[in-house]
Design a protein around this ligand. Structure first.
Ligand code: ADP
Ligand code: MG
Length: 478
């Protein structure tokens, strides 16, 4: 039977929105759906097949979210209201306020915010109050990560000098400055050294892991605080983004990062980025962004040679007021062939073992520590979040269920934070993945846990010790 639609598609969308407003939680609806507009509908020729609705959304973020997270809920309701199978297409659509108030369609690659050069009045959000008063946005810097504490060698001299130059004269020479290389070679240390140093000279430096950037961006859109977001990221002299590989594949985040990047670059501000691989290998990174990175100074970070590794161990011992026989430093330096973090693990493990057993330092003991470490490596175990959970639970006299559960009492939640920290440190999981593994928590909860522990490690040597010892146990698969 030939059937025509009795419902006007525009009305159908309105009704759908009304129903979704009831069904979805308030935050979701307000953030992603309230401002959507009906742009068109193509009915299948026979009136029976699939009708395609085109819906305008505020920005590419909303588009991605509707497409990926809310698509099925929206389609289900619309199908019931409209009476046939439906598909939805979301398009970025902006009311063009400056001209005639009519829509501006299809411009789906524009910035959420205007580039600063346009010097337009800030219309991004009238509801939001004043941006924070001239205060430096929070930047969690580890005070230990300074240039002084970065031991140089032939292998990393050029990198080190470039980093210093960037800290002393931001945007003067190497902009953007990209450091890439494997885990535990000192990228974060150098980024934070640049931030620490430039802050000493009263530059405003903002260091943030890329997950933090993503988090802020999502919140800015959700809570409509885009003005503060822009203020935070575009009012700095140096923006240092760590582990940029985590924004690969996140189209809309890259989009906004690209605009932030351009805005800063035009304003002659310094951008520093760390990545675990060369920008050309960040496969999902948009070409535009990739070529921006490659246009700057791109340097890889290498494992320092043996002599330097020995010097690094000696500097650590000295910092802790311990003197190590050279033979021991050499043993450890020889044992760490992959990263300085590995070296740090060996060093801590050795101190912990010696202290606990009340044994004097000896080359034999150092050899033992290295050997244990090597046999763990030889088994080539990739550490999983589950392993981190069970080891952390065991050392805290808890169960894995305690860690992934809802109980937030002091001891449990501290252990949970430790496990989150170690999960990030030892596995390849991102914060969103970690959040999910910890009983479907959000990525910001995981980040927060990580941050708390990182902070406490700086302040509390005993805590740091304990944590690194646990870390070693997990690596050894104990
Ligand atoms: P990445 O960010 O590349 O994974 P990190 O910056 O976290 O590595 O470095 C791992 C550890 O090694 C940190 O504790 C850091 O201080 C230390 N480290 C790395 N390189 C050096 C170096 N050249 N001198 C002293 N310490 C270093
Ligand atoms: Mg790092």
């Amino acid at each position: 039977m030939f059937e025509t639609h009795t419902v006007d598609p525009q009305e159908a969308w309105k009704t759908t929105l009304n129903q979704l407003e009831i069904q979805l939680d308030r935050g979701n609806f307000d953030t992603w759906l309230r401002d959507t507009v009906f742009l068109g509908c193509e009915n299948a020729a026979d009136g029976q097949g699939v009708s395609t609705f085109t819906i305008g959304v505020r920005n590419s973020f909303a588009r991605d979210n509707l497409q990926h997270r809310l698509y099925r809920s929206v389609r289900r309701v619309l199908r019931d209201v409209y009476g046939t199978e439906v598909e939805l297409r979301f398009e970025v659509w902006r009311a063009d306020e400056s001209r005639n108030g009519s829509g501006n369609r299809g411009e789906n690659i524009g910035p959420i915010f205007d580039p600063p050069t346009m010097k337009q009045p800030d219309r991004t959000n009238r509801k939001v109050g004043k941006p924070p008063q001239g205060e430096l946005p929070e930047s969690h810097l580890n005070p230990r990560y300074t240039f002084d504490r970065f031991v140089t060698s032939n292998a990393n001299m050029m990198l080190y000098s470039a980093a210093r130059a960037v800290a002393e004269e931001p945007a003067a020479r190497y902009n953007p400055f990209v450091i890439y290389g494997g885990v535990g070679l000192g990228k974060t240390h150098l980024l934070q050294a640049i931030a620490n140093e430039s802050q000493q000279s009263n530059f405003r430096a903002l260091y943030i892991p890329s997950e933090g950037f993503i988090n802020d961006l999502v919140n800015a859109i959700r809570y409509r605080t885009t003005a503060q977001f822009r203020e935070k990221y575009r009012s700095v002299d140096l923006l240092l983004i760590d582990d940029i590989q985590f924004i690969a594949g996140k189209e809309s985040t890259q989009e906004e990062f690209f605009h932030t990047f351009n805005a800063l670059h035009i304003d002659n501000k310094q951008i520093v980025v760390a990545s675990d691989r060369h920008p050309s290998e960040l496969e999902l990174l948009e070409d535009r962004l990739r070529s921006r990175f490659e246009g700057g100074l791109v340097i890889d970070i290498q494992l320092p040679e043996f002599e330097t590794r020995v010097a690094i161990v000696e500097s650590w011992a000295q910092e802790r007021g311990r003197s190590l026989p050279r033979s021991i430093s050499e043993k450890l330096a020889d044992g760490a062939r992959n990263s300085i973090r590995e070296l740090e693990g060996l060093f801590t493990s050795m101190l912990a073992t010696m202290d606990l057993a009340d044994e004097p330092f000896s080359t034999t003991a150092a050899g033992r520590v290295v050997q244990q470490h090597e046999s763990a490596r030889a088994r080539q175990v990739k550490i999983t979040i589950d392993q981190v959970l069970s080891a952390t639970a065991a050392t805290h006299n808890l169960t894995v269920m305690d860690l992934t559960g809802k109980n937030r009492s002091g001891h449990i939640s501290r252990a949970r934070h430790v496990a989150m920290y170690l999960a990030r440190d030892l596995t390849e999981a991102s914060f969103p993945q970690i959040g999910r593994a910890f009983g479907m928590r959000s990525h910001s909860t995981a980040m927060h846990g990580h941050e708390r522990v990182a902070g406490q490690m700086q302040e509390d040597e005993a805590f740091r010790y304990e944590l690194l010892a646990l870390r070693e146990r997990i690596i050894k698969g104990e």
